[in-house]
Design a protein around this ligand. Structure first.
Ligand SMILES: Nc1c(NC[C@H](O)[C@H](O)[C@H](O)CO)[nH]c(=O)[nH]c1=O
Ligand SMILES: CC(=O)[C@@H](O)COP(=O)(O)O
Length: 154
């Protein structure tokens, strides 16, 4: 049996983090978690991390696509927070964001981590942005580190 798996150290690799500004009080904590994981777990240098800010989760796929097309990065981490309101708006924003990011990942064969919260309430968002349910930005960064290293072996 051959097993291909990889660690998380990715010194010398380049990462772009795309940050949606909508619900920024949550997303900034996801960004903190992602940067901390890249540096502390992945040994990634500060100079190898680029942060790109955009308006909202709906814009994430286009920004991610443009970054992937630049061929300057080994992985992209998409961060945002879509919080359900009183109308069906949530379904459209979250749906297009998810679908679009997945499409870019497949189109370019580049790891794109999905660090976008899609939650029912602000409380659920807070829990996932560095409190009792962990930090989903950090988890997305961890997935990006692992995928960069796994893909290098395939
Ligand atoms: N409601 C949320 C949005 N809405 C804004 C859209 O993402 C987009 O910026 C706007 O429609 C202009 O194209 N964005 C989030 O990130 N989170 C939300 O909960
Ligand atoms: C993404 C959303 O659902 C939310 O921000 C929009 O709120 P609403 O549905 O109350 O307009």
């Amino acid at each position: 049996m051959q097993v291909i798996e990889a660690g998380l150290s990715a010194k010398g690799k380049k990462f772009a983090i795309v940050v949606a500004r909508f619900n920024s009080f949550i997303v900034e904590s996801l960004l903190d978690g992602a940067v901390d994981t890249l540096k502390r777990v992945g040994n990634v240098d500060d100079a190898d991390i680029t942060v790109v800010r955009i308006p909202g989760a709906f814009e994430l796929p286009l920004a991610v696509q443009k970054i992937a097309a630049s061929k300057q990065y080994d992985a992209i981490i998409a961060l945002g927070a879509v919080i359900r309101g009183g109308t069906p708006h949530f379904e459209y924003v979250a749906g297009e964001c998810t679908k679009g990011i997945a499409q870019v990942m497949m189109q370019y064969g580049l790891p794109v981590s999905f660090g976008v919260l899609t939650v029912e309430s602000i409380e659920q968002a807070i829990e996932r942005a560095g409190t009792k349910m962990g930090n989903k930005g950090g988890e997305a960064a961890s997935s990006a580190l692992e995928m960069v290293n796994v893909l290098a072996q395939l």
